[in-house]
Design a protein around this ligand. Structure first.
Ligand code: AGP
Length: 611
């Protein structure tokens, strides 16, 4: 998730673009840049790091042209360096583009262009697009962009410019957002409405497959196939803060609702039939075949994603898998045998405990694989391989979309390794792949369904907000989800909650269950369904008030529970990606009912870089 901005008008472009990028920093901020058409050349300024570094560069010398593009980056391909910062230009610097999204067939395109003699200055997927546009150009930028994107697949919003047409911007939207702002004799393009609000409130949201050509006197919209598009602009009445949150009251809620897109992005270009391609994974099939042990180490939410991974890897791959809190691991004396792999999972890639735990296993000979959301983060520096989670910038301290993306990364690994080891036959691999592909739509429908999972969670959240102690139970993968549901609740609602395997209740915690004690059960795993129902009956008999998370077509669960949060049916293996959603919403609404500071809970930080 990156922020892009474009400007055509009578004023100097650089300060307007910089101001817009500041408003888009919520979308990512690991590097930034601008390109401005200035006296027959494209002048670029780019800098790794926060936007202030670009501002300093522009303070020293800002190009003075009146047409330009800018970008604030959240890296997906290539570390956050000056070279990888956008805009990207062709070697002659005759064309420049900014891009938000992922070019799915970037490997093939890059190989093709390299074979044709093109050289690349960055590791980004974006750079292939600017080469394609330069290749296709024969005097009409819009036509060149149209032909270039016709060769690319994936998700993108891009804005292109060329020295040959110094008063023209061409932009295309395919999945990633792009908005046009209409000012007084000037036109703006941006990834989000916040970037426009300092200049105009008249906006038009571009739709997938649409293209716009902007010159000082004209804004021409059309579909990629050339069909003209006529759509009215509208007036925005949000303030900037509301706009940054996309109209949601908190980033946490916005990020929960982003999960369908995050899952889709996480799969983009990586799953083809049952084939899994992971860009920064370098081991060979022999390593996968000879794997004898998987370690998983992480903290907090990332650890809970790893707990689900442990269940899934052992069940699917039949490889012994151990999930260890990194802060425990770092002071243990782990026995690391041959042929092991360590999955170090961290949204930030900077968590001190996770770095230490991962290093210890690496030093003892385990192949280190980072699963992280931050390209170029500390963890990636000494990992042998990386699987990036593509969740985009996560602002809320309470992690939601990054958790889901961590699950998807592990599913992809399991699907790939399982096939190499021959433990997943074609039919089973196909079932997993199809179920994965269905997930974005299922999460989307879960969040949108008419009876309203969010409404239900709000209603139940208001009731739970009155309670002191809340228990979460489940078995196997459902237990893994219960741990995350419980953490979400406690970290933002400040209520006591704990999660335990359903079978553990009777060994002590049952003593705490009295009339009205809330117990939240996740029950999606068919092989232990009845066993979990037994645990439910035990708590019900002691007066517990039970909320279940269960499949839509589970008609039995309501006999043992007070309320059911329904999710679409999927393979049991994949249910965590769905069953966590109502629990995230429940936690959110409990905290909201209690009037708490949801995005920045007390005593907590987004990444814990100290021990
Ligand atoms: C979860 O909501 C918390 N923010 C926290 O548990 C977090 O997951 C943990 O600190 C690990 O962070 P990381 O993924 O950046 O390593």
């Amino acid at each position: 998730m990156c922020g892009i901005m474009g400007y055509v008008g009578p004023r100097p472009a650089s300060p307007i673009i910089l101001q817009g990028l500041k408003r888009l920093e919520y979308r990512g901020y690991d590097s930034a840049g601008v390109a401005v058409a200035d006296d027959g050349v494209i002048e670029m300024r780019k800098a790794a790091g926060k936007l202030e570094r670009l501002a300093d560069l522009l303070d020293e010398s800002a190009p003075s042209g009146r047409l330009g593009i800018g970008h604030t980056r959240w890296a997906t391909h290539g570390a956050p360096t000056d070279e990888n910062a956008h805009p990207h230009a062709d070697p002659e610097q005759a064309f420049a583009i900014v891009h938000n999204g992922i070019i799915e067939n970037f490997f093939e395109l890059k190989a093709e262009l390299t074979a044709a003699g093109r050289t690349f200055a960055s590791e980004t997927d974006t750079e292939v697009l600017v080469h394609l546009i330069a290749d296709e150009y024969d005097g009409d930028l819009a036509e060149a962009v149209r032909r270039a994107v016709g060769r690319a697949t994936g998700a993108y919003a891009l804005v292109a410019m060329t020295v040959h047409e110094p008063d023209t911007l061409v932009a295309v939207r395919m999945i990633s957002p792009l908005v046009i702002g209409f000012g007084d004799g000037e036109t703006f393009l941006a990834s989000g409405i916040p970037a426009l609000l300092d200049h105009t409130r008249e906006v038009l949201v571009m739709e997938d497959g649409e293209m716009v050509t902007i010159t000082p006197g004209e804004v021409r919209m059309e579909k990629l196939d050339g069909t003209p598009v006529e759509r009215e602009s509208f007036e925005v009445d949000w303030d900037v803060e509301q706009a940054e949150k996309g109209g949601y009251p908190h980033f946490m809620l916005k990020e929960i609702f982003e999960q369908p897109r995050v899952i889709a992005d996480s799969l983009l270009g990586r799953l083809d039939g049952t084939d899994v391609t992971l860009e920064d994974v370098t081991w060979d099939e022999e390593f996968e075949r000879s794997l004898e042990k998987i370690w998983i180490t992480a903290c907090g939410t990332a650890f809970h994603a790893g707990l689900a991974g442990k269940e899934m890897f052992e069940g699917l791959l039949r490889v012994p898998t151990e999930a260890v809190y990194a802060h425990e691991l770092r002071y243990r004396d782990p026995i690391v045998g041959p042929n092991s792999m360590t999955l170090a999972i961290s949204q930030s890639g900077e968590t001190a405990d996770t770095l230490a735990g991962a290093r210890l296993l690496h030093e003892r000979g385990s192949r280190l694989v980072a699963i992280t959301n931050v390209v170029g983060s500390a963890l990636t520096h000494y990992s042998d391989d990386v699987v990036y989670t593509r969740a985009g910038l996560e602002i809320s301290v309470a992690s939601t979309k990054a958790y889901t993306a961590m699950l998807i990364a592990q599913y992809l690994l399991a699907l790939r390794i399982g096939q190499s080891r021959g433990v997943l036959d074609t039919a089973m691999a196909m079932d997993v792949a199809r179920a994965l592909e269905a997930l974005p739509g299922q999460v989307e429908s879960l969040l949108k369904r008419e009876e309203g999972i969010d409404e239900m969670a709000r209603y139940l959240g208001a009731q739970l907000a009155e309670k002191d102690d809340i228990y979460f139970i489940g078995r196997g993968l459902d237990y893994a989800v219960a741990t995350e549901g419980s953490l979400k609740l406690k970290e933002i609602s400040y209520l006591h909650s704990e999660a335990m395997p359903a079978g553990e209740l009777k060994h002590g915690t049952l003593a705490l269950i009295t009339e009205g004690t809330p117990v939240i059960v996740v029950n999606t795993q068919q092989h232990v369904y009845d066993k979990t129902v037994s645990a439910l009956q035990e708590v019900k008999a002691r007066g517990a008030s039970v909320i279940a998370v269960a499949y839509d077509d589970d008609t039995e669960i309501e006999h043992y529970t007070d309320h059911v949060l329904r999710i679409p049916r999927t393979m049991d293996l994949l249910s965590p990606a769905l069953s966590i959603v109502p629990l995230q919403l429940l936690a959110y609404h409990v905290a909201d009912t209690r009037g708490l500071e949801i995005d920045q809970p007390r005593n907590l930080a987004k990444s814990v870089t100290v021990e």
